[in-house]
Write a protein of this length. Sequence first.
Length: 318
Amino acid sequence: MNPSFRSLAIALTCFVGLTACSQAQSDSETTTTEVVAGFYPLAYIAEQVAGEDASVTSLATPGQEPHDLELSLTQTAAIAEADLALIIHGFQPAVDDALEQSEAMVLSADKTLPLRKVDAEDEHQGEEDEHESESATSEEEHAEESLGLDPHFWLDPNLVADYGSDVASALSELDPENAANYKERATELQQKLEQLDSEYAESLAGCEIKTVVVSHNAFAYLESYGLRFEAIAGLSPTEEPSPDGLASLAKLIREEGITTVFTETLASPDLSETLARDTGVGTAVLDPIEGISDETAGSDYFTLMRDNLTALTQANSC
Ligand SMILES: [Zn+2]
């Protein structure tokens, strides 16, 4: 069994001071398994596996940039009452803190999946940023640096499949009666993800341009398909690039004949648009799929991944 799973023997102990506590006790016989997920992709995976047998709450509301997440009292209460929490430890420090007051089983993707190590260049960029300002998010950024890992694993369909099967195991442990349902849904999810993976591999196999310039450093997991991603900002969209960094990206765009600077949905497009204008190339959206925004309402993980694939094949002449 995974060592990050906490023993359930002490689960469902009430969080002192919450009035919902007595309610939860009184209808405990009919209570369904409650899952909280730090942000959209984790919630999507959970919903696919949970089906009708468990309820899933996403802590990042639509349109909210999950790196900057702050919790409302209702969200803190949801974490306190959860049976299972899906997170990436260090990605959303506010969620980590709230979980210290909860008996939920924690399934942290950085414990169960082989996440990419952050390379030296990114760490350096983070250090510079730390000296630069004492903004409200500097503590969160610091926590993300200390993670030392790239959290954006959901852009790799194979890792999503692995996490789906981890979620099925966790739900089965909490709710053994529905174990077969969880396993069946995780297998269905895996099949859809294998299909997506082969679409990516086929479409990106013969790209004329191999380098992609993106807004923040979210896309390294797509490098397994033969592309190289260069980011304007660091691992978190709130990290500011240096003037030197922008100048070398402009040089790269000219040298490699790059056609497009990518913007994203939840973060400001200003820097991408400026870089594109200065180098005389176009812009297009590449979605890090960290959340659903007004513009992407009605889309889900799979449609957004396929939109990204279309945008990449167009920009890179694949
Ligand atoms: Zn990100």
